[in-house]
Design a protein around this ligand. Structure first.
Ligand SMILES: [Ca+2]
Length: 504
């Protein structure tokens, strides 16, 4: 089912779901007016194509109030924060007291996977519930020329139903604040009625804000607080996607101070160690996220708000030129960093807090949860209907989000068509699949076949492919079938290659 069909069905009065009554009320409220977007950058909605226009869009209507008010959702997504970059995930250096507190009040997952090792595809996976390569998004969105060269579109297909569509159709106020990186089409075209973003090449929503990159977490949290205050009396779904700790990094002296011991005293200037710069940035981001969580308390929204926290990919690699300061994040105990399909590139923190519903301070170390599950699982948690014929690559793992470890039934697939930078040990084969405890990495020509039992070998050092021929054959077949069904696009010659110039 495409997005236009979804919106038409909503406008026609329901989806035949359990909560169809609420959905229908929301649809009745549709007035044909263009979506809100009072702080929308860019203004004009794109015309043409087969995108649904204003008339198709449900606009809220009489939302349930008081006791039966559905829960809000606040989804905090950080950028390039590694699995091991939080105190609550084992980091003994960096100070993240606010996120640690969120974790102590909620549930942490240790087997959470994003669906790609870089920004754009991961974000598309969370938003659509689809493996991003199925949408042609296998790398980060860049200029039109670079996208075209890699066989990528310039935006995620706005014809695909999104998690924001589900919530908006159910009468929620929807918003997206912060990094977007899903292309040049405005966020409103994906169901986010209000947005303030920087798309990269598109409108810059914080024009005139002094020293934006240094203060981005402060600014976007200010915007998010304004959103909460505006929508405190109605159900809302808000994405707050940070720019930190992706480069460029420019933390304040105050936040670098706890890490002065890393300074190289022979150097002068503000930055005399990448560690202080990176850790200071994470701490500064943590402080502002703390302000946001405090605001939920202050507005009395804490108990009725589902807060989700995650990161879009593993930590940056220090070998990359202009991002060196951000290249000292930690993948925790795992092999791989950003751009790698080894665990450290695609396994990130995932915390959920819903007071009284999610168990406090617990860790789920068994459920294999993923970005493509987000749409189905969070919608179910909030009681927001998802059409029965909406096909996603994820599944409803809401029981796990409520504290009941759950075995997933669908495999997870990844690909990365570009080369992996940095240390040879992080250079993975081009594709990967995880099913049950097993993960197979392989190139499309079946070279570099690596099989790991992930719970037994989380660092992926013991390739047991040779001892499991049957399992390798089956997983390889699944992976090749999946890959053959993806839109065609070029593969960089160095993708999936791990050549080290051995002395001869
Ligand atoms: Ca990223």
């Amino acid at each position: 089912m495409d997005r236009r069909g979804f919106l038409r069905r909503v406008a026609a009065g329901g989806l035949g779901m359990a909560a169809a009554g609420r959905m229908a009320r929301a649809a009745e409220g549709a007035t044909g007016a263009a979506p809100g977007g009072d702080r929308a950058p860019g203004g004009d909605r794109p015309q043409g194509g087969d995108r649904p226009q204003g008339g198709d869009r449900p606009q809220g209507g009489d939302r349930p109030q008081g006791g039966d008010r559905p829960p809000n959702v606040l989804f905090i997504l950080t950028d390039d924060l590694g699995w091991g970059d939080l105190g609550c995930y084992g980091n003994r250096i960096v100070k993240t007291p606010c996120i640690d507190r969120l974790a102590s009040e909620g549930l942490r997952f240790t087997n959470f996977y994003v669906n790609a090792p870089v920004c754009s595809p991961t974000r598309a996976g969370f938003t659509s519930g689809l493996f991003p390569s199925r949408l042609g998004i296998h790398g980060h969105f860049a200029t039109h020329e670079l996208n075209a060269k890699r066989g990528m579109p310039d935006s995620m297909d706005p014809g695909v139903p999104t998690v924001a569509d589900m919530f908006q159709a159910a009468g929620y106020a929807t918003g997206h604040i912060g990094k977007w990186h899903m292309g040049t089409v405005p966020a409103q075209e994906y169901g986010f009625a209000e947005s303030r973003t920087f798309a990269g090449g598109g409108p810059f929503a914080w024009e005139g804000r002094e020293n934006f990159w240094r203060h981005s977490s402060e600014y976007i949290v200010d915007d998010a607080i304004q959103f909460l205050e505006t929508h405190r009396d109605e159900p809302f779904y808000l994405n707050l996607w940070t720019f930190h700790p992706h480069a460029p990094l420019d933390p304040s002296e105050e936040h670098m101070a706890p890490y002065a011991r890393f300074n190289d005293k022979r150097l002068s200037g503000r930055f005399t160690t990448p560690f202080g710069v990176f850790y200071g940035t994470v701490t500064e981001m943590d402080r502002h996220l703390g302000r946001l969580l405090d605001k939920l308390d202050e507005l009395g929204l804490r108990d009725n708000t589902i807060v989700v926290f995650s990161s879009d990919n593993g930590p940056e690699d220090i070998h990359l030129r202009e991002t060196a300061h951000s290249g000292v994040g930690s993948p925790g105990p795992f092999r791989g960093r950003k751009r790698s399909l080894y665990e450290g590139g695609v396994r990130t923190p995932f915390i959920i807090r819903w007071p009284g519903k999610t168990p406090a301070g617990q860790v789920d170390g068994t459920t294999v949860l993923s970005g493509v599950d987000f749409l189905s699982s969070v919608s179910r948690l909030a009681g927001v209907p998802v059409p029965g014929d909406l096909r996603t690559d994820g599944e409803d793992l809401s029981r796990a989000l409520l504290g009941e470890p759950t075995a997933r039934t669908k495999p997870l697939f990844w690909e990365f068509r570009s080369r992996v930078l940095g240390d040879p040990i992080n250079r993975n084969p081009m594709m990967a699949v995880r099913e049950g405890d097993w993960k197979l990495l392989m190139n499309p020509d079946r070279s570099r076949c690596e099989l790991y039992n992930v719970p037994a070998d989380p660092m992926e050092v013991d390739n047991v492919a040779g001892a499991h021929a049957e399992r390798v054959d089956r997983l390889a077949g699944m992976l090749l079938d999946w890959h053959a069904g993806l839109p065609e696009s070029p593969i960089e010659p160095e993708a999936g290659v791990n050549t080290y110039p051995w002395p001869k």
